[in-house]
Design a protein around this ligand. Structure first.
Ligand code: 9MR
Length: 603
């Protein structure tokens, strides 16, 4: 009897665990329905064979899932038996049932999971022309976990498509796997709609703690951003010192972590205490700076120049890399007030702009490590159109001539932000960069501003946009990161996730935040530190990354060969060693190939 009871209890406990797990994995994340718009596919698309066709040559089986517990009407299970030649050899396609115009804002939403015993599973969502060159408006790869997760895909249509001439497709030809897709919706909001209008507040795909992109990003960071550092300790007699105490400290990352700085708070007209905190916080966190306004042409006229000079000198003295921002911001409102008068005299305008580039770049020769030669070119075309197509490459040549050591950038917005879905803007920016490269303009890097509101781009999508711009063959930098949302926890989560995804991408060499302190901002939303210097959760998240997670600071004892080895973040190091009353120290630079530092101890 006791045995029976024992078994029964065991059985019930196991059952309870199993049920709890089943409940856990089958629970759906809550969600509001997509805002109303024009439906682009049949509601029952996933199960109606007429409106949702399976296609491709790969070995696969598709069947409807009938589960009344699911909140959505239609769901399907897609089993891929083996990896076909191409991912689209196993795919489901839904042709559009209404017309779409280029630039229309569309949003897709679906749920995704893999079955418990499936191998890791991937599913790509695509919106494309149905036929012809299958031009893509969006491709979003997603990893499926064992729990249902919702995927939101706002994007803009890349072309004009009559009903039926475009299609949504789910590609599952990535290997042996079983995925469930449910609750699929595709809605058109028209050209005037802003992506923020379709964003469920507080949500971005990949925010979950167990989101699959995280592990891959951590692995890339480990591989790309770190290398081996070995300290070899010898005594005054030149022999290895076993057991010597060794400490290794990263003093400066090779990756650029920066912020915009304001002259007002570095120097002038503010309470001493605030200035002190401002400088201290900046130096604690960053190795790179953009002067928020001081180097812009209209600010750089007259006595303002002295203030800018002071900042440049201060940053130089502290060993902070300076991003010069910006030589030309080709919009009348961002040029000195007198310039608009030259609208009718393009030659004079040309000479004025060229003259300014030469003057300012030469003035800071050797001091600005980088220049945004051209800011926001895709939004502002009036001036560049007026001066003709050869002018922009010429600006870069003049900047190069005036300061050959400065690396020259172009800088624009709505590439990483706007859900990473502003295809029109991405296409235009890419085309401009390709043109510059074709014309042999000395372009050294690509700036991506990164001002977010509610248009938080899922990390997986950030990575794809970075892939796209990385293929252009120039290093990328996120140049003006700020996250203007009132939900402080969301701001912190997104800051952490954005920085992690971007730091993990091989094409990226730097992240610059826009303003970190509320006292500098006209809007309180994006700041990290409040006016009284208390930390918002986003400041905690930033400090956690920059001062803890992505730091290398360690100590230990040398082994039998007098060696102490660590794997650390790339950058400049301070290394110290001591044993039995003798000591030594050395600086070292840890690059991709690793480094060995020899320290000979002295009295
Ligand atoms: O933050 C800057 C603000 O103080 C200026 O008034 C404004 C115009 O010069 O520029 C702001 O910075 C912008 C940057 O130079 C370019 N990208 C957008 C930035 C934020 O609006």
């Amino acid at each position: 009897m006791r045995r029976f009871l024992f078994f029964l209890c065991g059985f019930l406990a196991a059952l309870a665990v199993l049920l709890a797990y089943a409940h856990y994995i089958s629970r759906l994340p809550p969600f509001p329905p997509l805002p109303a718009g024009a439906a682009l596919i049949e509601r029952s698309a996933l199960t109606d064979p007429k409106s949702f066709l399976s296609g491709g040559r790969g070995a696969a089986a598709v069947r409807p899932i009938k589960n009344p517990a699911l909140p959505f009407k239609s769901a399907v299970r897609v089993r891929t038996f083996s990896k076909p030649a191409r991912p689209y050899d196993v795919q489901l396609r839904a042709p559009t049932t209404a017309p779409v115009r280029a630039g229309d804002l569309l949003a897709a939403r679906f749920y995704l999971r893999r079955t418990l015993f499936s191998r890791p599973a991937r599913l790509d969502f695509v919106f494309e022309q149905a036929g012809g060159d299958y031009r893509k408006s969006i491709t979003l790869p997603s990893d499926a976990g064992v729990r249902w997760r919702r995927v939101d895909v706002p994007f803009r249509a890349a072309g004009d498509y009559p009903a039926g001439k475009a299609q949504a497709a789910f590609r599952a030809g990535f290997g042996e796997q079983t995925v469930d897709i449910g609750g699929f919706e595709l809605v058109n909001y028209g050209r005037a709609a802003k992506p923020a209008a379709v964003a469920p507040a507080g949500f971005y795909a990949g925010r979950e703690a167990d989101a699959p992109w995280r592990k891959a990003a951590e692995e890339r960071i480990e591989k790309l951003r770190k290398a081996g550092l070995t300290v070899r300790v010898s005594g005054p007699d030149g022999k290895p010192v076993r057991g010597a105490a060794v400490s290794v400290r990263l003093v400066k990352h090779s990756f650029y972590f920066g912020s915009a700085v304001s002259s007002k708070f570095l120097f002038a007209g503010n309470r001493e205490e605030n200035k002190r905190r401002y400088r201290e916080t900046f130096l604690k966190l960053f190795n790179s700076a953009t002067i928020e306004n001081g180097l812009k042409w209209p600010f750089w006229e007259g006595e303002q120049k002295l203030r800018a000079d002071k900042m440049v000198a201060w940053l130089g003295a502290k060993g902070i890399k300076l991003r010069g921002h910006t030589l030309v911001w080709p919009a009348w409102e961002h040029l000195p007030p007198g310039l608009e008068k030259l609208k009718t005299d393009p030659e004079k305008l040309r000479a004025a702009i060229r003259g300014h580039i030469k003057e300012e770049a030469a003035y800071y020769r050797g001091k600005a490590a980088e220049w945004d030669v051209l800011n926001e070119p895709t939004a502002h075309k009036e001036i560049t159109d007026l001066l003709g197509p050869g002018e922009v490459p010429e600006w870069f040549r003049l900047a190069r001539e005036a300061d050959p050591s400065a690396r020259l950038f172009v800088n624009d917005y709505d590439i990483l932000d706007d859900f990473g879905a502003n295809m029109e803007q991405q296409d235009a920016y890419e085309a401009l960069i390709l043109r510059l490269l074709k014309e042999k303009a000395p372009l050294d890097g690509i700036g991506l501003q990164s001002h977010f509101k509610w248009d938080l781009t899922p990390p997986e999508r950030l990575l794809r946009v970075l892939d796209r711009f990385g293929r252009l063959g120039r290093p990328l930098q996120s140049t003006e990161l700020d996250i203007d949302v009132s939900d402080e926890k969301l701001q912190a989560d997104y800051l952490r996730d954005f920085m992690t995804a971007v730091f993990s991408h091989p094409a990226v060499e730097g992240i610059t935040l826009w303003c970190f302190w509320e006292g500098v901002h006209s809007r309180p939303g994006p700041a990290l530190y409040r006016k009284d210097w208390s930390k918002k959760p986003a400041a905690e998240a930033l400090e956690d990354l920059l001062l803890r997670k992505w730091r290398t600071e360690t100590a230990g004892a040398a082994d039998g060969r007098g060696e102490f080895a660590v794997r650390g973040f790339l950058g400049e190091y301070e290394v110290k060693a001591s044993a039995g009353g003798v000591s030594g120290a050395a600086g070292a630079v840890l690059g991709k190939d690793g480094v060995t530092v020899a320290i000979r101890l002295k009295r």
